[in-house]
Design a protein around this ligand. Structure first.
Ligand code: ZN
Length: 162
C-alpha cells in the first residue's frame, strides 16, 4: 500500500514538481538551494531527490509532539532506573522482596510508557484532525496523567522502602 503510493508519487509527481518550481520560488528542503529552473527532480546543489507534497496550515503537530515527549521522557527515566536496579540486584541479590518489587514496578512502568508512546505515534491523524484547542487539552491530560502516575508510583515505592 505504502510502496504503491510512493510509486504513484514518483511516476506522476515529477512533471508537476518541475512545473511548480518553474512558477513558484521554492528551495531545496535539505540544503535551501533555490530550485528555480530545475529540469530533473534532483537538487543540483546537494543531490537530494525531490518530491511534490500536499501540506496544510491546519496541521499542528505541537500538542501531539508534547504527548510523545511526555511518554518518551518517562520511558527513558523508567527504563534506565529499571536497568540499573536490575543490574545491582543481579550483582548483589537482596534478601528482602522489596527491591524486587520496585524493579518489577519500574519494569511495568517502562512497558506502559512504551505502549503509550507507540499508541500516540500510531494515531497521529486521529490527533491532528481534532481542533487545536482539543488537541492542547488532550496533550495536557496525557502529559499530566504520565506525571501523576509517576507521583503515585514514587509514593508507593517510597512506602515499600521505608
Ligand atoms: Zn539541496
Amino acid at each position: 500500500m505504502e510502496q504503491e503510493h510512493n510509486e504513484t508519487g514518483k511516476n506522476n509527481g515529477t512533471p508537476h514538481l518541475l512545473a511548480f518550481v518553474a512558477e513558484c520560488p521554492a528551495a531545496c528542503p535539505v540544503c535551501d538551494y533555490s530550485l528555480r529552473g530545475l529540469t530533473t527532480p534532483i537538487c543540483p546543489e546537494c543531490g537530494a531527490e525531490l518530491e511534490l507534497h500536499v501540506g496544510s496550515p491546519r496541521l499542528r503537530i505541537g500538542p501531539w509532539a508534547l504527548a510523545i515527549v511526555g511518554f518518551a521522557l518517562a520511558l527513558g527515566f523508567d527504563g534506565v532506573v529499571a536497568l540499573i536496579m536490575a543490574a545491582r540486584l543481579i550483582a548483589n541479590p537482596a534478601t528482602q522482596w522489596q527491591p524486587y518489587g520496585i524493579v518489577t514496578g519500574f519494569t511495568l512502568l517502562t512497558t506502559v510508557m512504551l505502549g503509550g508512546l507507540i499508541f500516540i505515534a500510531r494515531t497521529r491523524p486521529a490527533w491532528t484532525r481534532r481542533s487545536v484547542p482539543t488537541q492542547r487539552v488532550l496533550a495536557g491530560i496525557t502529559f499530566g496523567s504520565v506525571g501523576l502516575l509517576h507521583v503515585i508510583a514514587g509514593i508507593a515505592f517510597f512506602q515499600l522502602v521505608n
